[in-house]
Design a protein around this ligand. Structure first.
Ligand code: NAP
Length: 262
């Protein structure tokens, strides 16, 4: 791994993130990948955790090639003991933890609530809600040791409204927002800020599961009549990670092309 940091792509709001340690789950693809790259371009050391180690390694290689610092970790966020050991490894490797982007998530089965199975429900809740909680409990412990930090939970517009066929996903994302608000209240005086982002439909591999002919209809649900880009979500991640957002905690911020305005 390169030890010298060169910022080759600009993107610095200021130098406050240089050498800060950022942990990004699901960083091997989509929004997590864009977030990891934005943080690295701003000078953070980025720990990329993903079930898909090959893709996490690809993102690490791309960050190293740009002169940044990153390392990959294989992790299933739905297993608390695994989260604990990976966060311990990150702290050991880089000396602490300042920023966490709890982004790993899955879509789950598309079926009306009455047709959802307990197994399908549990799988989505295990990754999208339990996983965020497991990450937060170990991140909070690590951040307390460095005097604070910023936790950014990737919720969804579907953390604020319903969506037919996705009851487990919707319930998990609503839960992520409640978890975010509660932890923000609990740790506000300890320097740990906790916020949630609500992306609209973003063009990532997650949407590959949806039928191609549904895409135009989904785009039309957004007043801007298009899907979002991962980089448009990552820009908010970067802001919430930085001291520019120092009085912002407990918030839920859509990045949704106006989806929730309807
Ligand atoms: P994505 O492209 O599918 O990337 C998700 C990454 O997380 C993948 O690398 C995936 O690995 C990994 N992952 C899945 N389960 C995991 C687990 N248990 N532990 C660790 N890593 C795991 O998804 P995305 O669209 O970027 O979504 C990222 C987040 O944004 C999710 O929380 C999602 O709910 C949220 N979001 C997405 C959209 C959207 O329209 N795309 C909208 C709103 C919110 P595999 O490749 O092995 O599955």
């Amino acid at each position: 791994m390169k030890q010298e940091l060169q910022i080759v792509k600009g993107f610095l709001m200021n130098d406050a993130l240089i050498k800060k340690v950022a942990f990004v789950t699901g960083g091997g693809s989509g929004i997590g990948e864009a977030s990891a790259k934005a943080l690295a371009q701003a000078g953070a050391v980025v720990a990329i955790a993903d079930t898909n180690l090959l893709e996490a390694e690809r993102v690490v290689d791309e960050i190293l090639a740009e002169g940044g610092i990153a390392k990959s970790y294989k992790l299933d966020v739905s297993v608390d003991a695994a989260v604990e050991s990976v966060i311990a490894a990150v702290v050991k490797d880089f000396g602490g933890l300042h920023i966490a982007v709890n982004n790993a998530g899955i879509g789950g089965d598309l079926a009306p609530t009455g047709d959802q199975t307990p197994e399908g429900w549990r799988k989505v809740m295990g990754v999208n809600l339990d996983g965020v909680f497991y990450c937060m409990r170990h991140e909070i412990a690590a951040m307390k040791k460095v005097g604070g930090g910023s936790i950014i939970n990737m919720a969804s517009i579907l953390g604020a409204v319903g969506f037919a066929g996705s009851s487990a996903y919707v319930a998990a994302k609503h839960g992520v927002i409640g978890l975010t608000q509660t932890a923000a209240i609990e740790y506000g005086t300890e320097g740990i800020r906790v916020n949630a982002i609500g992306p609209g439909f973003i063009a990532t591999p997650m949407l590959a599961a949806l039928p191609a002919d549904a895409m135009a209809g989904i785009a039309a649900l957004h007043p801007m009549n298009r899907l979002g880009k991962s980089e448009e979500v990552a820009a908010l991640v970067l802001f919430l990670a930085s001291p520019e957002s120092s009085f912002i905690t407990g918030g839920y911020y859509p990045v949704d092309g106006g989806y929730l305005a309807r």
